[in-house]
Design a protein around this ligand. Structure first.
Ligand SMILES: [Zn+2]
Length: 576
C-alpha cells in the first residue's frame, strides 16, 4: 500500500486532470516525485517543533514561509553510489537525501534539483542500510564511558545492536535504557530480557524447578521487562542456570513475551551431543514456537564438533518443515569456523557448574567426584575436537593468551584434561575465554545460504568476530568464495533482523525511514581482526550514519554518539 500525504493529492490531480489514477500510476508518480512527498510531512514536523521552541522559530520561520522549497531540501546528500536497499533487491545507481534523522530522498538528486549543505561523493561505493546485529554482548561496552561509542561495531557498519542474548538480559531494562540515553551511545541498542537472569533472580543458580508461584513470578518479570521496552526473551539453555529449566518452563515464559509482541531468541540447549543433541535442540526450539505461539530465532546456528558435522542438512530440513507449517523459525550465524566460549562452559558438565564460584571450586577439588569429572571433561574435549582445538583468547590471562590447551598441557607435563582442571583452579574460573575450533566449512556455507539465516556477530572479547563479522562476511563469503550474493548478505544483515525484532523504520533504505546508512568500498572492505590480534578495527566503511548523524566520515570515527536506546512498546525511540 502506497502512503499518500494529503498535501500531495491536489498536485497530482492538477497534472492528471480527468484521469482515473490507478494505484500503479500513483506509485509511478510518487517514485518520480518522492522529494515532494516525504519532505512536506517532514517540514510540517519541524514546524511543529518550532512552535514548541520559540527561539528556534524566530531564526527560521521567516525564511521558511518565503521559500518553502528551500526548507525542504536535505541536510546531506550521498550521490553517485550504488544503492542496495536491504530488501534483497539488486544494486542500482541512486542518490540518497537525508534531513535530520530521516531518509527523505532516494533517486536522481540532480533531476530533483536537490542541494544540501554537504554532499558526499559516493562514486565507487556501495550505499546500504546500517547493519542490525541480532546477537551481541555489547551491553557492558555501551555502559562504559570511553567504550560507549561501540566503535568496533560502527567500523563494521553496524548501526543497531541487540543486547541481552544467551539468557543474560536484565529483567529491569528501563534503568539501563535511561542510562544509555543520558550518557550517549554510538549505535542504537535493543534489549532482550534473559531467561537465565530471570531464573536466577527467582530461583538462584542451582539445579531446581520452580513452584507454580515461582513460575508466576518469573512470568511477571518477563512481562515487566517487555513493558519497560524489551523486544523479546532470550534463553541460554546450554548455560547454567538455563540448562536446569525444563522445556515447559521456557514455553510459559515465552508465552508471557508473546503476549506483548516479543520474539524468542535461543542459544539452544545443545549444538553438539552434550545432552539432547543438536537435532533434539532444534526440535525443542520448534516446539516452543508451536506451543507458545511466538517467532523463534536460533542464535549462532552451527554443527558444533566432529560428531555432528554434516548434520546441517537435517537441521535445515527440520526448520524448513516447521516454516512450511507456518511457524516463524529463523536463525543467525557468524562467518567463522570457531566459536567463542569459556573453558568452563566448553568442558565442565552442567552439574559441576551449578551454584556459586566457591561451590564450583570445591567440587573441582572433591576427590570423590574426580573420576567422574575427569571422564566427562574428557568426553567434552573430544566433542570439541580435542586439545588442539581450544585456543586461549583472554588478555586477563597473559600466561595462556594465544596458546592452545594442547601446548599448555605439554608445558605443564600433564594430560590435557588434568591441565584444564588445574588452570580452572589456578585462575579461580576467570579469564578463561577460548576460541573453540569446532565447525566444518561446509556446514557454515550451507547454513549461510538459507533464506532464513541472518548475520549475527555474537561478539565476545578475544574472538575476532567482535571486530570483524560483517566485513569478513562481505570480503570472504560474498566477494571471494561467492557463497551468497551481495544482495542476500545485505538483506540478512539489515531488513531481516529488523523484521525479526520488529524494529520499526530501520533496516531498509526507504524514504521516511531513519537514516541509519553506510557507504563502503567493495575493493577494500575487510576484517582485520585475527586470533592473535582480535581487537583490530575493520576497514572499508567510508561513511556510517546513525540517525542521520555521521559517526564515521571518510573512514574515521567522528566522535558522535548518535545512537538511541530503542524501546519496544514506544516503538520508536527516545532521542538523546
Ligand atoms: Zn550464545
Amino acid at each position: 500500500m502506497v502512503w499518500l500525504p494529503m498535501s500531495l493529492t491536489p498536485a497530482i490531480h492538477r497534472h492528471h486532470t480527468g484521469a482515473h489514477l490507478r494505484p500503479k500510476i500513483l506509485l509511478a508518480i510518487l517514485l518520480s516525485a518522492p522529494f515532494a512527498c516525504t519532505t512536506s510531512t517532514l517540514a510540517q514536523n519541524s514546524d511543529q517543533s518550532r512552535l514548541q521552541n520559540p527561539s528556534q522559530s524566530r531564526s527560521g520561520s521567516a525564511k521558511q514561509n518565503n521559500a518553502p522549497s528551500r526548507a525542504s531540501q536535505p541536510d546531506l546528500l550521498i550521490v553517485g553510489g550504488q544503492v542496495i536497499d536491504g530488501t534483497g533487491a539488486a544494486l542500482r545507481a541512486a542518490d540518497l537525501g537525508i534531513r535530520s534523522d530521516r531518509i527523505v530522498f532516494l533517486g536522481d538528486a540532480r533531476k530533483a534539483k536537490l542541494i544540501a549543505a554537504r554532499t558526499i561523493d559516493a562514486r565507487g561505493l556501495i550505499v546500504a542500510p546500517g547493519f542490525i546485529d541480532p546477537h551481541t554482548h555489547a551491553g557492558s561496552d555501551l555502559s562504559a564511558l570511553g567504550r560507549n561509542s561501540n566503535l568496533n561495531y560502527l567500523m563494521q557498519g553496524v548501526t543497531t545492536v541487540i543486547v541481552g542474548n544467551d539468557g543474560g538480559g536484565s529483567p529491569h531494562p528501563a534503568r539501563i535504557l535511561d542510562s544509555w540515553e543520558k550518557q550517549g551511545i554510538g549505535t542504537n541498542a535493543v534489549l532482550l530480557v534473559g531467561h537465565g537472569t530471570v531464573r536466577r533472580e527467582i530461583l538462584g543458580s542451582g539445579n531446581i524447578q520452580p513452584t507454580p508461584e515461582q513460575l508466576e513470578s518469573m512470568k511477571s518479570l518477563v512481562r515487566g521487562a517487555m513493558r519497560e521496552g524489551s523486544f523479546g526473551l532470550s534463553t541460554g539453555l546450554f548455560y547454567v542456570p538455563g540448562s536446569f529449566a525444563h522445556t515447559e518452563e521456557v514455553i510459559e515464559l515465552a508465552k508471557a513475551a508473546a503476549e506483548l509482541g516479543g520474539y524468542y531468541d535461543s542459544h539452544m540447549r545443545d549444538e553438539d551431543s552434550y545432552s539432547i543433541g543438536l537435532l533434539g535442540s532444534i526440535a525443542e526450539t520448534i516446539r516452543i514456537a508451536r506451543e507458545a505461539h511466538i517467532p523463534v530465532h536460533i542464535s549462532h546456528i552451527k554443527a558444533l564438533g566432529p560428531q555432528v558435522w554434516g548434520k546441517s542438512i537435517e537441521v535445515i530440513a527440520m526448520v524448513e518443515k516447521a516454516r512450511a507449517e507456518g511457524l516463524d523459525v529463523t536463525a543467525d550465524q557468524y562467518p567463522y569456523t570457531s566459536s567463542g566460549s569459556s573453558l568452563i562452559a566448553s568442558l565442565l558438565p552442567p552439574w559441576a557448574q551449578a551454584g556459586t564460584q566457591s561451590e564450583i571450586l570445591e567440587r573441582l577439588d572433591d576427590k570423590g567426584l574426580r573420576p567422574r569429572l575427569l571422564q566427562e571433561i574428557e568426553d567434552n574435549l573430544k566433542r570439541r575436537g580435542g586439545p588442539d582445538s581450544l585456543l586461549f583468547t583472554s588478555s586477563e590471562a597473559p600466561e595462556l593468551l594465544g596458546k592452545k590447551l594442547a601446548a599448555v598441557a605439554q608445558e605443564k607435563n600433564l594430560p590435557p584434561v588434568e591441565a584444564a582442571l588445574q588452570i580452572m583452579r589456578e585462575r579461580k574460573l576467570s579469564g578463561l575465554a577460548v576460541a573453540s575450533f569446532n565447525m566444518d566449512e561446509a556446514d557454515v556455507a550451507r547454513f549461510m545460504k538459507q533464506p532464513w539465516v541472518m548475520t549475527g556477530s555474537d561478539g565476545s572479547a578475544g574472538h575476532p568476530r567482535l571486530y570483524g563479522t560483517y566485513p569478513r562476511k562481505l570480503r570472504v563469503y560474498v566477494l571471494e568464495k561467492k557463497v551468497v550474493p551481495l544482495s542476500v548478505a545485505i538483506r540478512a544483515s539489515t531488513s531481516q533482523p529488523a523484521e525479526l525484532a520488529h524494529i520499526p523504520e530501520r533496516g531498509t533504505l526507504r524514504e521516511n525511514f531513519y537514516a541509519d546508512v553506510i557507504a563502503f568500498d567493495p575493493a577494500t572492505v575487510a576484517d582485520q581482526s585475527t586470533y592473535e590480534h582480535p581487537q583490530q578495527l575493520a576497514i572499508g566503511m567510508k561513511y556510517v550514519l546513525v540517525n542521520g548523524t555521521l559517526a564515521v566520515d571518510q573512514g574515521k570515527y567522528t566522535g558522535a554518539l548518535a545512537g538511541r536506546a530503542l524501546r519496544k512498546l514506544s516503538a520508536h525511540s527516545r532521542a538523546k
